[in-house]
Design a protein around this ligand. Structure first.
Ligand code: ZN
Length: 330
C-alpha cells in the first residue's frame, strides 16, 4: 500500500481477526462520506492483511447521520398487492417450480437481489432467515412477501422491536443477545455490509454459529481489503469509510474468521461497482460523497463507462473491492 501517509508506529496491538501482534506503521484517513474531514488512525495487519481502525472513537454514533439507514418502522406497504404476487411467482420459478408468470417476470424485470444471494448460498425458500444489521428490516420483509418461510432481523440501533405482518419480527438487540435466547433457530444468517461495523467480529461470528441450525449457512457481503481499489487509492479508498468501517478483511482474514468460529469458507463472488472509482477519485480531490451533484459532476460519460467496465473486469478477476462470502457451519 504505497499511497497512505505513514505516521508513528503503535506499540502493542493485536489484529482483530488473526490476533497477530502489531509492529508496523499506521496511516491516517479522513471521514469523507458526510465530509467532516475528521482524521482517524488505521493500520494494516502484516499477517492477514486486515485493515482496521486503531481506536474505536467513543462518539462513533455521531458519525451515523439520521439518513444513514432507515431505523424507523415502515408504515406504508413495501410492495403493492400486484407486486407481491409477481414477486412470489418469480421466487417460485427461480427455485425450480413451473410458473409462467414468474418466468416472464424473471426474464424482463430487474433480478430479485435476495434470490441471487440465496441461490449463491444454496438455500431455498424453506430456510428460516435472519438479517443482521437490517435497520428497519426492509429485506426480511421483502423476502417474506416473496415466499420465504420465516424471516426476521436484528439491529441494536432501531428504536424498539418491530412486528410486521406475516410474523416478520425485527429485534432491537445485539446479535450476541439474540444468540443467547434463540440458539439453533435459523438456516441462513446474512450480514449485508454490516459486519465491518461491528467492533468484535469474532463475537458476532460466534453468535451466528450458535443461532444456526445444523447445516446452516452464513452469507457475508463486505468490502475486501487487499483489492485493487485499496492498493491504488490507499487512505482515499471509498470503502475505508472512516470511522464507520472498523475493520476491512482480506480473503485470508475471512478464511481465518470463519475457521476460528466453526465455519468453512465455502464460496466467494465479487460484486464491486463503479463506486470504488467514483468515490475514491472524489476523495483524492477532497470532495465528500454527500457533496452537491454539481461539485461531484467531474467525470465524463466516457470515464463513467470505463469505471463500470473496470469494476466488471475486477469482479471477474476476483480483485473487486467487495464480495459475497458463504460460510458453511461445520
Ligand atoms: Zn491479522
Amino acid at each position: 500500500m504505497a499511497t497512505a501517509k505513514k505516521i508513528s508506529p503503535v506499540s502493542v496491538r493485536a489484529c482483530r481477526i488473526c490476533r497477530a501482534s502489531f509492529g508496523g506503521d499506521t496511516f491516517t484517513a479522513r471521514e469523507m462520506m458526510l465530509g467532516t474531514r475528521d482524521s482517524f488512525e488505521y493500520w494494516e495487519c502484516s499477517e492477514c492483511g486486515c485493515v482496521q481502525i486503531v481506536d474505536v472513537p467513543a462518539n462513533l454514533s455521531d458519525y451515523y447521520s439520521r439518513s444513514y439507514f432507515s431505523l424507523k418502522p415502515y408504515r406504508r406497504r413495501i410492495r403493492t398487492r400486484l407486486r407481491s404476487l409477481i414477486d412470489r411467482r418469480r421466487v417460485r420459478h427461480a427455485f425450480g417450480a413451473e410458473d409462467s408468470l414468474g418466468k416472464l417476470g424473471n426474464r424482463y424485470l430487474k433480478p430479485l437481489d435476495y434470490v441471487e444471494w440465496c441461490r449463491f448460498a444454496q438455500v431455498g425458500t424453506e430456510a428460516r432467515v435472519l438479517d443482521v444489521g437490517c435497520g428497519a428490516g426492509k429485506l426480511p420483509l421483502r423476502m417474506k412477501i416473496g415466499g420465504f418461510k420465516e424471516c426476521a432481523g436484528v439491529d441494536p440501533h432501531i428504536e424498539a422491536d418491530i412486528d410486521y405482518p406475516f410474523g416478520v419480527r425485527i429485534y432491537k438487540k445485539d446479535i450476541t443477545e439474540l444468540a443467547a435466547e434463540s440458539p439453533g433457530e435459523f438456516d441462513l444468517i446474512m450480514f449485508h455490509h454490516s459486519l465491518e461495523h461491528v467492533p468484535n467480529p469474532h463475537a458476532a461470528m460466534e453468535a451466528a454459529r450458535r443461532l444456526l441450525a445444523p447445516e446452516g449457512k452464513v452469507l457475508v457481503r463486505i468490502p475486501v481489503a487487499g483489492s485493487y481499489a485499496w492498493r491504488r487509492y490507499g487512505e482515499n479508498w471509498v470503502q475505508l469509510d472512516p470511522p464507520r468501517h472498523l475493520w476491512l478483511p482480506t480473503v485470508d482474514s475471512m478464511h481465518r474468521l470463519a475457521t476460528a468460529n466453526g465455519f468453512s469458507l465455502a464460496r466467494a463472488r465479487y460484486d464491486s461497482t463503479s463506486l470504488q472509482f467514483i468515490g475514491s477519485e472524489l476523495y483524492q480531490r477532497n470532495i465528500a460523497l454527500n457533496a452537491s451533484r454539481k461539485e461531484k459532476n467531474i467525470f465524463s460519460a466516457k470515464l463513467l463507462r470505463r469505471f463500470e467496465d473496470s469494476a466488471r473486469r475486477l469482479n471477474e478477476d476476483a480483485d473487486g473491492d467487495q464480495a459475497i462470502f458463504v460460510l458453511n457451519a461445520v
